[in-house]
Write a protein that binds this ligand. Structure first.
Ligand SMILES: Nc1ncnc2c1ncn2[C@@H]1O[C@H](COP(=O)(O)OP(=O)(O)OP(=O)(O)O)[C@@H](O)[C@H]1O
Ligand SMILES: O=P(O)(O)OC[C@H]1O[C@H](OP(=O)(O)OP(=O)(O)O)[C@H](O)[C@@H]1O
Ligand SMILES: [Mg+2]
Length: 284
C-alpha cells in the first residue's frame, strides 16, 4: 500500500519539499503539469495541491500526510498532527499597523478593522487577549489594505519584513512562529504505519545531516586532548596518525549553528588545515 503525500503545487514550499524527497533518496516521475505522481523507488504517491486546500484533504483522509506551513494548521487543521518540523519556510504570523499608528498595546486594536487571510488565527488571538475587532478577509496583497483605507491593521505572514517595510507598516505583535512541517491525517490507516515510519526515518536522517558539518583537521599530538574536548563528535572523534611524526588528523562532526565559534576555538587550540564538509545523511 502506498503512502499518499500532498505537496504544494507551486509556491513557497514547493521546491524545498521536492528537494527533501530527493535528499531522502526518493525519485519521482515528474511531468510538469502532472497533479499526481508516483515515486519510483519508494511506496509513495505525490499529490500536488494548493497549500490552503491541504488541511481539508488531510482531515478527509484523501491524503495520508503532507508538507504544509505550520501556520495553516492553526487556521484550518486543529486535529492534524505534526510529525516533523522540517526547518524551511520559516516565517511568523504577525499583526502590523501603519508606521504612524501610535501603538502601545493590543488594546489599541479594539474596535479597529483588521485585514487578513488568516481569520481563525487572528480571531483566536484577539479572543485570548479579550479584544473585539472587525475582521476583513482578503486572500492576498493584505499589506496594501491600510494604505487604501480598507483596514487599520493587518494580520499576515512576515519573514524578512520587507513587504511590511515597503508598505509603510510596522510589526506590533507576533501571533505565532511557523515553518514547513510534515503533518499526518487523523484518518491515517494502521496499515501504513510501517511505510510512514520508514519515511520519517529518512527525513530525520536528512535533517540531522543538514544540522551538522563534518570536520577534518591536523594537529600536533600534544594538542590532541584540548581539540578532542572542543570537538566531542557523535561518540568521540576519529584520530589517525599523519605521515609526519608527532602529528594527527582528527575527524569529527560539529553543529552547524555552533560552527564559527568552534572553528575559532580549534585554531586557538593549535588546529591546522581545517576542512569542513556537508553531511548528506546522519543516523545516530
Ligand atoms: N515570505 C515567506 N517566507 C517564508 N515562508 C513563507 C512566506 N510566505 C509564506 N510562507 C510559508 O509558506 C507557506 C506557503 O505560502 P505560499 O504563499 O506559497 O502559499 P499560500 O498562499 O499559503 O497557498 P496556496 O498554495 O494555497 O496558494 C505558508 O503557509 C507559510 O507557512
Ligand atoms: O516579510 P517578507 O519576506 O516580505 O515576506 C512576507 C510576504 O510573503 C508572503 O507573500 P507571498 O510572496 O507568498 O505572496 P502571496 O501573497 O501571493 O502568497 C506574505 O503573504 C507576505 O506578503
Ligand atoms: Mg504567500
Amino acid at each position: 500500500m502506498k503512502l499518499k503525500i500532498a505537496i504544494q503545487k507551486s509556491g513557497r514550499l514547493h521546491d524545498e519539499s521536492l528537494k527533501l524527497l530527493k535528499d531522502c533518496g526518493i525519485s519521482i516521475d515528474n511531468g510538469r503539469d502532472q497533479l499526481k505522481a508516483s515515486a519510483k523507488n519508494f511506496p509513495l504517491e505525490i499529490y500536488y495541491l494548493r497549500n490552503g486546500d491541504i488541511p481539508q484533504y488531510l482531515k478527509d483522509g484523501v491524503v495520508d500526510c503532507a508538507i504544509i506551513g505550520e501556520n495553516l494548521l492553526i487556521e484550518k487543521g486543529e486535529d492534524i498532527r505534526i510529525l516533523e518540523k522540517l526547518g524551511f519556510s520559516k516565517c511568523r504570523v504577525s499583526l502590523a499597523v501603519s508606521k504612524i499608528f501610535e501603538y502601545d498595546t493590543i488594546m489599541d486594536l479594539a474596535g479597529k478593522r483588521i485585514a487578513t487571510s488568516y481569520p481563525v488565527t487572528t480571531a483566536k488571538y484577539l479572543k485570548e487577549k479579550g479584544i473585539e475587532a472587525e475582521l476583513h478577509i482578503i486572500n492576498g496583497s493584505v499589506e496594501i489594505a491600510p494604505n487604501i483605507g480598507l483596514a487599520d491593521a493587518i494580520c499576515d505572514i512576515v519573514s524578512s519584513g520587507s513587504t511590511l517595510f515597503k508598505n509603510n507598516l510596522k510589526e506590533v505583535e507576533v501571533i505565532m512562529k511557523s515553518e514547513a512541517v510534515l503533518a499526518a491525517s487523523p484518518k491515517l490507516p494502521d496499515s501504513l504505519s510501517e511505510v510512514l515510519r520508514n519515511f520519517r526515518f529518512r527525513i530525520q536522517s536528512v535533517l540531522k545531516g543538514r544540522d551538522y558539518r563534518y570536520v577534518l583537521l591536523n594537529a600536533p599530538n600534544d594538542k590532541l586532548q584540548e581539540i578532542i574536548r572542543i570537538l566531542p563528535g557523535m561518540k568521540s572523534p576519529t584520530v589517525l596518525p599523519l605521515a609526519e611524526e608527532g602529528w594527527s588528523s582528527i575527524h569529527s562532526v560539529v553543529k552547524q549553528d555552533a560552527f564559527w565559534e568552534v572553528i575559532d576555538n580549534l585554531k586557538m587550540a593549535g588546529a591546522e588545515g581545517i576542512l569542513v564538509c556537508p553531511i548528506e545523511k546522519m543516523v545516530l
